[in-house]
Ligand binder design. Sequence first.
Ligand code: NAD
Length: 320
Amino acid sequence: MAARGTQCFLTVTRKYSSSADKNVAFLGLGNMGGFMAANLAKKGFAVRGYDPSKEALAAAAKNGIAEANSIAAAVDGADVVVSILPSNKVVLDAYLGKDGVVQHARKGALLIDSSTVDPNVPKQIFPVAIESGKGFTDAPVSGGVMGAQNATLAFMAGGRKEDFERSLPFLKAMGAKQFHCGEVGSGQVAKLTNNMLMGITGMATAECMHMGIKMGLDPKVLLDVLNNSSARSWSTEVYCPVPGLVPTAPSSRNYDGGFKNELMVKDLELASSMALGIRSPIPLGAVATQLYRIVQSRGYGQKDFSYVFQLLKEDAEKKK
Ligand code: NAD
């Protein structure tokens, strides 16, 4: 996509609008979507969900989400559709397929896609949605599964200002910060930029923590030093890859229930392809992409991306 200056505007007000939109269809009830849909229901919206996984649907039902057996059934009559899905293809099929959202949502509905995808995906959906009388915004999220659970996510949206404003009561029910980043697709540009940096700092934290520990430092002392020094980052404070140091980090629960390594690879590949299109050099992004791919090829794609620490540790142990 062409390089273009986009400016992000932060909206942090916690007031809820008295919008007439009440009925929400929610597509994708996985690690993120399950909690996000539950938060919408908790804030008083009527939520009907669809996910091909029976387990995901059953878990959501316990949180007050009505079950639908197809996308068409979920979006039928809904004022707003929110989706958070795994890939470009799944999102394009879900929105533009013959049994999809654009075909079956009512005229006047607002469609909000929170998946992380190529910026060209929302650019393909937007004109079709507008042509059929619906609003559409790309609104990917940051904050991880904990952010989804605690409704502290940051949303970065692209699209028409009026659609962004209409989406705010929903985004505020699921998160703490909302940014309008510019035209459609610009939410994805912000998100992929964030995730490439998160992948690089995650890899760097794993590498440096491993080195310091192997040199004999107490892991807890080392982390305290980093968190009070110039290397401090989200990876050291919130998401430490060394098990047992940050109790809420995925590393402390066997690297489960976080941001899957395979999703990190997907996002780094999307960011790399975006960078290639504008000839923006990404030497560190390229190394990070390769390293997380190696984690995946060794069979750990379903583990949280901070599992890279264990890979470095295993390799170091083999060289003893
Ligand atoms: P996940 O694999 O846990 O959940 C995805 C869900 O989508 C699954 O339950 C799957 O069955 C469902 N699904 C697949 N096809 C569908 C369809 N056609 N209709 C409805 N549902 C369908 O993944 P996740 O971790 O929840 O991530 C989802 C998206 O959010 C990805 O794009 C990811 O990059 C992004 N994201 C994840 C995190 C995180 O920390 N996990 C953070 C920010 C953004």
